[in-house]
Design a protein around this ligand. Structure first.
Ligand code: EPZ
Length: 421
């Protein structure tokens, strides 16, 4: 396992290019199961999670090869409906092969993904959705076993206790793409990643409209063909670097290749915090204010403040001039980063689904442990601005979702080294 050693306090200057979107790439990769023809995906980020999904596609009957920065996905003529525990348990996102397998092969046996440090991660909405389309579903020995000769379109409400489900919406959209008749998804997730999946499916010949809104309408078709598609930039990686720009004093970071319109909730908060934000086309510059004003935030499904930048925002607020409250309504337990930030001198305490953040003058470097993808990013940000040395262990969490992050930070002037643990 690797660890990162960071010497904090260095001013960060220069340009960072945002990689392709992890959370759009995973369902798009799953969608290639809907056709036997070749698909070409460009701007795919080289991450642990995309590698895991590639391994899963190979186990499900695909040949997948990198051709420079293009990913070529072809059928090897031996499709399998079984997504086994070994692969699915390492990455929850694998659940999004359920819909494609079921609608293409008439059956799917997908391991239950299991929980992770940010929460229980149930799949009841995924099961509800495919059952609404006529599938027979059993859950047995840790697997979801779904069968259906041909799915039939239906109207299905996909809102759960915590609102819409991103991958639940993805699964049902993909299942409905080859179903007979029309499917209407009510309370669909509106995330840009869901919109991107629908755009890719339409490139394959699907007939989907309403993506990006809470009501998505899918007219099933008989067959889908291959497509050549370029993934857009990662909204959450962009948000992470934009928050870093607001946190690192005397810095001047230019974040390139990001669609800032997808981060309006973050933009709204940054202005209240006192940061100066200038965005033109796909470039965003943020100037950190002398004093960070404490601004409380609650996460909500898109277009609300994203849960995936909650940890990174908490790192910023740990240096604010006062007390702020950070609440996560999507994953109320997503607070593993509190203990580690406190080891670095932050003063944060948890109260139920909220964190009370009492800003401190500065953070100090310390040995810390990464626990999940976005918590790791928060620790890296804290280490970059802390006084002294920070050592972050188990950085494979970071490598799941941030492509070449140490290289990108070194190019900005950070002192960051990767070593074997
Ligand atoms: C996606 O996960 C993202 N992952 C997550 O990003 C992100 O945090 C999440 O959406 C919310 O935006 C990928 O896209 C690969 P959900 P997903 O289903 O789809 C509850 C990251 O850091 N729920 O939208 O699995 C669930 O417990 C990752 O990149 C049910 O109740 O999340 C949660 O409270 C972490 N029943 C809420 O809905 C279900 O059947 C939202 O979960 C499914 C979910």
């Amino acid at each position: 396992m690797d660890k990162l050693i960071i010497e904090g306090g260095r001013p960060l200057k220069g340009e960072v290019k945002i990689s392709g979107s992890k959370n759009a790439t995973l369902p798009v990769l799953a969608a290639t199961l809907l056709t036997d023809e070749t698909c070409v995906l460009r701007n795919v980020p080289k991450l642990l999670d995309t590698n895991t999904m590639v391994r899963l596609l190979k186990a499900l009957g695909k040949d997948v090869d990198w051709d420079k920065d293009k990913l070529i996905i072809m059928s090897n003529g031996k499709p399998s409906p079984v997504a086994d525990y070994k692969l699915v348990s390492t990455m929850r996102g694998s659940i999004c092969v359920l819909g494609p397998l079921l609608t293409k092969l008439g059956e799917a046996k997908v391991s239950l993904p299991g929980g992770c440090v940010i929460g229980v991660r149930p799949v009841d909405l995924h099961v509800k959705g495919v059952e609404a389309l006529g599938a027979k579903v059993e859950v047995e020995a840790g697997y979801i076993i779904a069968k259906a000769r041909r799915l039939k379109g239906a109207r299905v409400y996909l809102g759960g206790a915590s609102g819409p489900s991103v991958l639940g919406t993805a699964n049902i959209m993909m299942a409905a793409a080859l179903a007979e008749g029309e499917t209407i998804i009510e309370c669909a997730a509106c995330e840009p990643e869901v919109e991107e999946l629908a755009n890719f499916l339409n490139e394959m010949g699907a007939r989907i409209r309403g993506q990006g809104s809470p009501r998505i309408i899918i007219h099933g078709v008989k067959k889908l063909h291959g497509a050549d598609y370029r993934m857009s930039a990662d909204r959450i990686e962009a948000g992470t670097f934009i928050l870093l720009s607001a946190m690192a004093k005397n810095s001047n970071i230019v974040v390139r290749d990001c669609d800032y319109h997808q981060l309006t909730a973050l933009d709204d908060v940054l202005k209240k915090v006192g940061a100066t934000v200038v965005s033109q086309k796909d470039v965003v510059r943020v100037k950190a204010p002398k004093v960070l004003k404490p601004v409380s935030v609650t996460t909500y499904p898109y277009p609300g403040f994203p849960t995936d930048i909650q940890a990174q925002y908490m790192a910023l607020m740990s240096l604010a001039d006062g007390v702020s409250v950070v609440r996560d309504t999507v994953f109320p337990d997503r607070f593993m980063h509190i203990a580690e930030l406190n080891r670095m001198g932050a003063r944060i305490r948890r109260e139920g689904g909220s964190a009370i953040v009492e800003g401190v003058g500065e953070l100090c470097g310390a040995p810390v442990v990464a626990s999940d993808l976005r918590a790791s990013a928060a620790l890296v940000m804290a280490g970059l601005v802390a006084r002294g040395k920070t050592e972050i262990r188990r950085v494979y969490h970071l490598d799941r979702g941030y492509e070449n992050i140490d290289h990108k930070l070194v190019m900005l002037g950070a002192s960051i080294k990767r070593e074997k643990e």
